[in-house]
Write a protein that binds this ligand. Structure first.
Ligand SMILES: Nc1ncnc2c1ncn2[C@@H]1O[C@H](COP(=O)(O)OP(=O)(O)O)[C@@H](O)[C@H]1O
Ligand SMILES: [Mg+2]
Length: 148
């Protein structure tokens, strides 16, 4: 299993990592985000949305209570949060995951709650806390995707 690891030492560094990561994303990409509450999943999505040209990145906040949010960026960004869902896989299908992927990029928080409902070819991003303001992010590209 190939992958890469990044360390960030502040929220701003995680935002910046998200902006850079955005350059590697294309229409149809699904990004599975996992890590505990407060890991920085939402912040990373905010960086990605900014990197894809979302004018006001403050629009990006946790979609926990609405399940999915769409941000108008160069590529539409769909931000999904499976936290609290009892039937995460069923909800994902109902939300129209396929249509979202046909339209833009889909980033899924708490993806580990319904991995079977996500495309097999997906980015996997795992975030762990390594200090009060320190995070370790592992990024694994979809199979066959060349990495810079
Ligand atoms: N290096 C870091 N990267 C990301 N967030 C950090 C970092 N250091 C501290 N934080 C804080 O951790 C919290 C992450 O929140 P959020 O992105 O909503 O996490 P999640 O969506 O994983 O629950 C924020 O309050 C942020 O300020
Ligand atoms: Mg979140």
């Amino acid at each position: 299993m190939s992958g890469e690891t990044h360390e960030t030492r502040s929220p701003d560094e995680t935002l910046a990592l998200g902006r850079r990561f955005a350059e590697r994303l294309a229409r149809g990409d699904c990004v599975a985000l996992s890590g505990p509450l407060g890991a920085g999943k939402t912040l990373l999505v905010r960086g990605v949305a900014a990197g894809l040209g979302l004018a006001d990145e403050r629009l990006v906040s946790s979609p926990t209570f609405v399940i999915v949010r769409e941000y108008p960026a160069r590529l539409p960004v769909y931000h999904v949060d499976l936290y609290r869902l009892t039937d995460a896989a069923g909800e994902l299908a109902e939300l129209g995951l396929d249509e979202m992927l046909a339209d833009g990029v889909v980033l899924v928080e708490w993806a580990d709650r319904a991995p079977e409902a996500l495309p097999a070819r997906r980015w996997e991003v795992g975030i762990t806390l390594t200090g009060p303001e320190a995070r370790r992010l592992s990024i694994r590209a979809p199979d066959g995707r060349s990495r810079p």
